[in-house]
Write a protein that binds this ligand. Structure first.
Ligand code: ADP
Ligand code: MG
Length: 973
C-alpha cells in the first residue's frame, strides 16, 4: 500500500536514519562512561550543561551526552516505584536504540513516525530534557487532559531526579495558578489550553502580571496527526455575548422549515412515482435475467430513472433512493443520467430538469443552491417579513451616487441618507447570511451524525473521533441555525473576542516536532504547512500483524452479518477483539446486534469517555470484545496477557474504510504492538458513505457484471485499488479544506500579530503617556497629507477643511489663516498641529494630576499621581484596542461569508478576501487612533465619593493592576 511512498522517501529516509544511528552509538558510548558516576555526580550534569549553554555551546554538541544522562538516569530508576493515574508501578524502562533514534529526530524538528506501543512517551523525555536546559519554555502537547496528567506522572521522575521541574496544564488548571505552571522547565498540556492561554494573554488580560505564557521555544506534539490534521479544521475561538445582536433566526425558522418541507414532499412524490413504475416494469428486484422491455416501456423506464436522478439532486438522503441505489442495475441507470447531463450539449435540458426542484443539494461538495422556483416560493412566503428581496443585494456605490445627484440636500442630509442606506444594507446582508445558514442546517447538517441534541443544547460531534464537543460551537451562525432547526433555545448571538487556528498557534514555536504512529500518508501536508519532515523510525521488534484483504459486500446488512459471524468465530477461540466504528451510531447498532446474539462486550464511545483509558487498557484480556469509535482512547496502549499472545493476539475489525487511510492505519496499529502477534480485517459495503460518494462510476459497472450471491463477499484487487483511490480523493479534498481555513487565517494572522504586538507594547511599556502622545502624533502625520496634496491653490482650499477635522477630533482650534501662508510646507503644518494637540493633552493630564493630588491630601494615602494617570491611560488604550479589534473580527467574519456569495461571479473569493481584509485593516488602524484620541481627551479621573448615586458610570478599569479603588474613571462629557 505504501510502496510508492517508500520509493519517494526511501533513500533520503535511509540516509538520515544511518546518520542518526551513528549518534545513537555515541549516546550509548557516553552512557557506558556514566555508569561509574555516583548519583550526585550524575545529577550535577544538569548544572554542567547549563553552564556550557551559557558559554555558547550548542545543544547539538551536548546532545549525545545529555541523552546518555537521561538513559543512565532511567537505568538508576529501575525498580523504584512510580505512581501513575492512581496505580503504583515499578520503573522498568531504559530507552531502546530505536527510541534514542526517535529522540534525535525529535530534537532536529522532525515528526518521528513510531508505531503504537513503541514507547513515544519515554522517547520524548530526551529532547525535552536537552531543550529545557536552555531555560526557555519547552512544551509537550497531548491529545487530551488524561494524558497531560498521566505522562508527566509517568516519566516525570526522570526530570525530577535530574533537578528539572515539570508541570501539567489542563482545562482544570485554575487561572491564578497558570503563571506558575508555565514557569516550569517542562510543561505537558493539551493543544487547546496552550492556544487559549495565548489568546487570553494577548487579548483579554488587563495587565502584564496576568499574562501566563513566557514565549514559544520548543514543542513536541504527541499524536501529531490528530492535533495538526484532525483538529485543525476548527479554529480556537474565545467568544462572548455580542453587543449588537441581530437575532433573525427566530423569524426565519418557520419559513425555512416550510421551504425544506416543500422540497422533501416534492422528492417523496417523485420517488414514489418512479418506484411504482419500476415495480410495474419488474425492474425493482435484482435478477440476472431481466425481461426485455417494449419500446413504450423503455421510455417509461427512462423517465422513471430521470425522476430518481432528480431526487438524488434534491434529497440525497432519501430512504427510497438509497434502496434503489442498492440495486446495481438501477445504480448504473442513474449514473447514465448523470453522465448524460454532465455533457455540455445537454446543459439546457439539465437546467430545465433541475428547475423542477426548489433547492439543488450537492452532498459531495457540501453546498446547495436555490432554484428560481425556490426563490419564488421564498418570496411568496416571506411577503409578511421586513424585506422579501432577500436575494438582491444593494449596489452601494450606485446608490450613493444617486443620493449625490438629489438636488437641494445639504451635505449633512446626504451623509445621513448614506448612513441609513449603509445600515439597511448591513441588515440585508445579515439576513441573507442567516438564511443561508438556516438552509445549510436543514439540508446538510444531520442530527446524530454532525451533532446531537442533549439537554436542550446542540452539541457538536467530532467527525473523526465521534466525541461530543460540549462548549464548542459551529461558527458563523450555523450553531444558532441548528438550534432554530431543532427548536431548542437559541443561544444569544456570540461575538468573537479572539481566534486562532491551531496551525498558526504552533507555527509560533521556534522549534517544533511531533510524534505519532501514522504520519506518512500526510507527509506532504506536514512539510508544506509546518516545514516538518516525517521520519519513519524502525520498530524495536518486527511487526507480526497479519492484515487480511478487505471483504466487500453489496449492502450494510450483509456486511454486519459477516462481522457478526467473524466475531463469533474469533471469540470462540478466546482471542480479544477490538471493533472500530466510524460513529456513535454504528457502535450502538453493533452493540444491539451483539446483545441479540448474547455476545458480551464493552462499548467505548463518546458517551462514556471518562473511563476510556481504563476500558482500552482492558481490551487485551482473554475473551474481551470492545467496540470503539475510532481513535477513542488514543494514547493508551492495549497490553496483552500471556495467554492471549499464545492464542494469536488482538484481532482488530474495521467496520468500514475511513475517509482517510491514516485512520485505518491507526486502528490497525492497535494490534500487534512491540512484536506481539495480531491480525486485522476491514469490512466494507457499497452503502458506506465513502463508497456512495467517492468511488468512480466504473465500479458500478463492474458490480453489475460480478454481482455476488446474497451474503457473499467480493474480494478483488480492483476493488481495493478503487477504495484506495476514493480515500485519496477524500484526503485531498480535506487537505484542501484545511489549507483553505489556513489561507484565510493567514491573512488574519498578520493582522493579529500586529495588533497583539501593539497591545503588548501598551501592557509592558513603562510610560503609557508616551504611547498616547505617539498615537496622536501618528494620527496627525497620517491625516495631513490626505488633505494637502497638490499645488498651493489646493492648499488654500483645503485649509478650512483640515482645521474643521482637527477641531472635530481634538479640543484645539487652528485658524485657517495660520496655515494659509505661502511659506508653510506640509511638514510645518504637521508640526504646528501636533504642537497644539500635544499641548492640549499635556494640560489635560496636568489637570487630572492636580485633582488626584487633591484627593491625596484629603485621604492622607500614599500614591503617585503619575502612576494613577499611567494606569488609567494604559487601561484606556487596552480597552480601545480590544473593542475595535473585536469589531474588526466581526467584520471579517461577515466578509468571509460575503466573498463566498461573490464567488458566483467567477471571482476568486480568497483574493477578494485578502484585498478587502487589507482595506478593513487599514481603516481599523486609522479608527483606532481616532478613537484613542477621542477617549484621551474625554476621560476623567475623579474620587469615588463624588460619584452621583443615581448615575451608573461606565467603568473602564475592569481589573486594575494598580490599586485604583480610590478612583473611578469615566468618560467625561
Ligand atoms: P506509544 O505512545 O508509542 O504508543 P507508550 O509510550 O504508551 O507507547 O508506551 C507503550 C508501552 O511500552 C508502555 O507500557 C511502556 O511501559 C512500554 N515501554 C516503552 N519504552 C520501554 C522501554 N524502553 N523498555 C520497556 N518498556 C517500555
Ligand atoms: Mg503515546
Amino acid at each position: 500500500m505504501f510502496g510508492l511512498l517508500k520509493k519517494v522517501f526511501g533513500t533520503a529516509q535511509g540516509r538520515l536514519i544511518k546518520k542518526y544511528r551513528k549518534i545513537v552509538a555515541q549516546v550509548n558510548r557516553c552512557e557506558e562512561a556514566l555508569k561509574s558516576l555516583s548519583d550526585e555526580e550524575l545529577k550535577a550534569k544538569t548544572a554542567f550543561f547549563r553552564e556550557k549553554i551559557a558559554e555558547g555551546v550548542s545543544l547539538e554538541e551536548l546532545l549525545p551526552e545529555a541523552f546518555a544522562v537521561v538513559k543512565n538516569t532511567c537505568r538508576r530508576l529501575c525498580g523504584t516505584e512510580v505512581h501513575v493515574s492512581g496505580y503504583t508501578q515499578q520503573w522498568d524502562m531504559i530507552p531502546y536504540d530505536e527510541q534514542i533514534l526517535g529522540a534525535i529526530a525529535l530534537h532536529y524538528g522532525a515528526i518521528a513516525e513510531m508505531q503504537t506501543g513503541e514507547g513515544k512517551t519515554l522517547t520524548a523525555s530526551m529532547p525535552l530534557y536537552l531543550n529545557a536546559l536552555t531555560g526557555k519554555p519547552v512544551h509537550l502537547v497531548t491529545v487530551n487532559d488524561y494524558l497531560a496528567y498521566r505522562d508527566p506522572e509517568w516519566i516525570g521522575p526522570i526530570f525530577k531526579w535530574l533537578g528539572l521541574c515539570v508541570a501539567t496544564l489542563t482545562n482544570k488548571t485554575p487561572p491564578h495558578l497558570r503563571k506558575e505552571v508555565y514557569a516550569a522547565d517542562i510543561l505537558y498540556g493539551t493543544a487547546s489550553e496552550f492556544g487559549f492561554d495565548y489568546l487570553r494573554d494577548n487579548s483579554m488580560v488587563q495587565s502584564k502580571e496576568e499574562q501566563c505564557q513566557r514565549g514559544h521555544y520548543f514543542a513536541i506534539i504527541d499524536e501529531v496527526d490528530s492535533i495538526l490534521i484532525d483538529e485543525a479544521r476548527t479554529p480556537l475561538i474565545i467568544s462572548g455575548p455580542s453587543t449588537e445582536s441581530n437575532q433573525m433566526y427566530e423569524g426565519l425558522r418557520d419559513d425555512v422549515a416550510s421551504l425544506v418541507r416543500h422540497q422533501r414532499d416534492l422528492c417523496n412524490k417523485l420517488i414514489s412515482e418512479a418506484r411504482k413504475t419500476l415495480e410495474k416494469l419488474g425492474r425493482l428486484e435484482e435478477k440476472s435475467e431481466l425481461s426485455s422491455l417494449s419500446k413504450e416501456e423503455e421510455v417509461e423506464f427512462k423517465a422513471a430513472m430521470k425522476k430518481v436522478w432528480l431526487v438524488s439532486k434534491g434529497n440525497p438522503q432519501n430512504n427510497v433512493l438509497k434502496k434503489i441505489k442498492e440495486n446495481p442495475d438501477l445504480r448504473a441507470q442513474l449514473e447514465k443520467w448523470e453522465t448524460y447531463f454532465h455533457a455540455e450539449p445537454n446543459k439546457e435540458e439539465r437546467l430545465a430538469t433541475l428547475a423542477e426542484l426548489y433547492i439543488i443539494v450537492d452532498e459531495r461538495g457540501s453546498e446547495f443552491e436555490l432554484t428560481d422556483k425556490g426563490i419564488h416560493l421564498w418570496i411568496e412566503q416571506a411577503k409578511k417579513a421586513v424585506s422579501h428581496d432577500d436575494f438582491i443585494m444593494l449596489d452601494l456605490g450606485y446608490e450613493y451616487a444617486k443620493i449625490d445627484e438629489i438636488e437641494g440636500l445639504s451635505e449633512s442630509e446626504r451623509l445621513q441618507k448614506k448612513v441609513a442606506l449603509r445600515e439597511q444594507d448591513a441588515l440585508k446582508k445579515e439576513r441573507a447570511h442567516n438564511l443561508r445558514q438556516m438552509l445549510r442546517a436543514h439540508l446538510l447538517m444531520e442530527k446524530d451524525v454532525d451533532y446531537i441534541v442533549a439537554e436542550g443544547k446542540i452539541v457538536i460531534i467530532d467527525e473523526n473521533t465521534g466525541r461530543p464537543q460540549p462548549g464548542r460551537r459551529f461558527s458563523d451562525g450555523l450553531h444558532q441555525a441548528i438550534e432554530a432547526k431543532e427548536g431548542v433555545e437559541i443561544q444569544g448571538e456570540t461575538q468573537t473576542y479572539a481566534t486562532i487556528t491551531l496551525q498558526n498557534y504552533f507555527r509560533m514555536y521556534q522549534k517544533l516536532a511531533g510524534m505519532t504512529g501514522t504520519a506518512m500518508t500526510e507527509a506532504n501536508e506536514f512539510k508544506e504547512i509546518y516545514k516538518l519532515e516525517v521520519l519513519a523510525i524502525p520498530t524495536h521488534r518486527d511487526c507480526q500483524r497479519k492484515d487480511a484483504d478487505d471483504e466487500i459486500y453489496m449492502t450494510e446488512r450483509e456486511k454486519y452479518n459477516a462481522i457478526l459471524k467473524e466475531v463469533q468465530k474469533v471469540h470462540a477461540q478466546g482471542r480479544p477483539i477490538l471493533i472500530g466504528t466510524e460513529s456513535v451510531d454504528i457502535s450502538e447498532k453493533l452493540s444491539r446486534i451483539f446483545k441479540q446474539n448474547k455476545l458480551e462486550h464493552t462499548v467505548l464511545n463518546a458517551k462514556n469517555h471518562a473511563q476510556e483509558a481504563e476500558i482500552i487498557a482492558g481490551a487485551g484480556k482473554k475473551g474481551a470484545i470492545t467496540i470503539a469509535t475510532n481513535m477513542a482512547g488514543r494514547g493508551t496502549d492495549i497490553k496483552l496477557t500471556p495467554d492471549v499472545a499464545a492464542l494469536g493476539g488482538l484481532h482488530v475489525i474495521g467496520t468500514t474504510r475511513h475517509q482517510s487511510r491514516r485512520i485505518d492505519r491507526q486502528l490497525r496499529g492497535r494490534s500487534a504492538r512491540q512484536g506481539d502477534p495480531g491480525a486485522s480485517q476491514f469490512y466494507v459495503s457499497f452503502e458506506d458513505s465513502l463508497m456512495r460518494l467517492f468511488t468512480s462510476p466504473r465500479m458500478t459497472g463492474f458490480l453489475q457484471r460480478f454481482r455476488p450471491p446474497e451474503g457473499e463477499a467480493i474480494s478483488a484487487k480492483v476493488l481495493n485499488k478503487s477504495i484506495e483511490t476514493a480515500q485519496k480523493r477524500v484526503e485531498q479534498r480535506n487537505y484542501t479544506i484545511r489549507k483553505h481555513t489556513l489561507e484565510y487565517d493567514d491573512v488574519m494572522n498578520k493582522q493579529r500579530t500586529e495588533v497583539y504586538a501593539f497591545r503588548n507594547e501598551v501592557l509592558h511599556c513603562e510610560d503609557p503617556q508616551k504611547v498616547a502622545y505617539d498615537v496622536l502624533e501618528g494620527l496627525i502625520r497620517e491625516m495631513v497629507p490626505t488633505f494637502f496634496t497638490g499645488d498651493r491653490e489646493h492648499l488654500r482650499e483645503k485649509a478650512p477643511l483640515f482645521c474643521a477635522w482637527l477641531a472635530e477630533n481634538f479640543p484645539v482650534a487652528l485658524d485657517p489663516q495660520e496655515i494659509d501662508s505661502d511659506y508653510l510646507k506640509m511638514e510645518d503644518i504637521e508640526n504646528l498641529s501636533i504642537g497644539k494637540v500635544l499641548k492640549a493633552l499635556e494640560s489635560k493630564i496636568h489637570y487630572q494630576k492636580e485633582k488626584i493630588e487633591e484627593v491625596k491630601q484629603e485621604s492622607a494615602l500614599d500614591f503617585e499621581a503619575d502612576a494613577v494617570v499611567n494606569a488609567v491611560i494604559r487601561n484606556l488604550l487596552i480597552r480601545m484596542i480590544d473593542k475595535l479589534w473585536q469589531e474588526h473580527l466581526l467584520h471579517i467574519d461577515h466578509l468571509r461569508t460575503e466573498v463566498h456569495l461573490r464567488s458566483v461571479g467567477q471571482k476568486d473569493p480568497l483574493l477578494e478576501f485578502k484585498h478587502e481584509a487589507f482595506a478593513l485593516f487599514s481603516s481599523l488602524t486609522l479608527k483606532m487612533r481616532e478613537e484613542i484620541a477621542h477617549a484621551l481627551f474625554k476621560f476623567e479621573v475623579f474620587p469615588k465619593t463624588r460619584e452621583p448615586v443615581n448615575e451608573v458610570p461606565k467603568i473602564i478599569n475592569r481589573r486594575p493592576a494598580l490599586n485604583l479603588s480610590m478612583f473611578q474613571e469615566r468618560e467625561g462629557g
